[in-house]
Structures are given as C-alpha cells and as structure tokens.
Design a protein around this ligand. Sequence first.
Ligand SMILES: Nc1ncnc2c1ncn2[C@@H]1O[C@H](COP(=O)(O)OP(=O)(O)OP(=O)(O)O)[C@@H](O)[C@H]1O
Ligand SMILES: [Mg+2]
Length: 161
Amino acid sequence: MVVSIKRTMAAKTERTFIAIKPDGVQRGLMGEILKRFEQKGFRLVALKFLQASEDLLKQHYIDLKDRPFYPGLVKYMSSGPVAAMVWEGLNVVKTGRVMLGETNPADSKPGTIRGDFCIEVGRNIIHGSDSVDSANKEISLWFKPEELVSYKSCAQDWIYE
Ligand SMILES: Nc1ncnc2c1ncn2[C@@H]1O[C@H](COP(=O)(O)OP(=O)(O)OP(=O)(O)O)[C@@H](O)[C@H]1O
Ligand SMILES: [Mg+2]
C-alpha cells in the first residue's frame, strides 16, 4: 500500500522541459501555449524568458549534430528569445508530446499545438522533451536547481483521484 502510494506520487512528479521557440514568441503564441498546459492540469515548476546562447542551443540539440539541418536549427533557435519552462504531472513527457503534435506540422492533427499554429518543420514553434531521461538532462541544462519552484497546487486534489 505504502509502496503503491509512493509510486503514484513519483509518477505525478514526472517533469518535462518545454520551450516556446523564437517563432512562437514572435507570433504571440506564448499565452495560448501556456494556457493549454495550464488548463490540462499540469503544474508549472519553472519559467524563464531568455535569449539562449549558441553554446546552450548546440548542447540542447547535440544528438542531432550530424544532421544536415543542425546548423540551421541552431541559427533558428538563436534568432530571438525563447520561453523555457518545466511542467510537472502524471505522464507529462508523453502527454506533452501528444499536445505538441508531430515534428512536422504537416503530420500534426488539428487540436495539437503544431497542428493548429504552424506549417513547416523548420518553424514548428515549440520544443518538448522526448523521454524522461532527456527531460532530466534538458532541465539541468536550462535551469539551476534553485530556479525550480516548490509549492503546493490547490487544484491537485481536483485533478488527481
Ligand atoms: N528535416 C528537417 N528540416 C529542418 N528542421 C528540422 C528537420 N527535422 C527536424 N528539424 C528541427 O529540429 C527540431 C528537433 O528535431 P527532433 O527530431 O528532435 O524533433 P522533435 O523532438 O519533434 O522536436 P523538438 O526536439 O524541437 O521538440 C525539430 O523540432 C525541428 O525544429
Ligand atoms: Mg527532439
């Protein structure tokens, strides 16, 4: 019983790294994107608005360093400010990716963020971690531990059984 309660608690504190890319910021979509995560019931743990350095972005997309679009991707991501966020909740990594839609907006269903608000893969407005492991890496790359805010959400008991 105690073990299963602990397991449930751990699942609810899964975290993902979400970033609104420079095109999402410039097109005035920050509020809409925050609203979707907020209204879903996920809990905001950290949020910052910054001009990311090229070094940070190269590191963030290091797994793609051999892809032909890598230099263009780093240039696109450093072309303006981004909104970097950490969201928490049950299955937030996987569900976050579903909310984003497919990498290529053309394959993204209406109702998803990329399906509703963008057209081309190279201007797909938002990033979301693709696994719990990469979420943890990305969170520690973009945020200092003290920037992750600890608080109790008053809606928690209305969102989870
Ligand atoms: N063929 C491509 N041409 C141009 N840009 C691309 C292409 N494929 C991917 N990208 C860019 O690189 C990003 C990272 O690609 P990745 O394969 O990690 O997709 P993703 O996980 O859906 O996106 P992200 O990591 O940004 O959430 C994409 O979101 C997109 O901006
Ligand atoms: Mg990715």
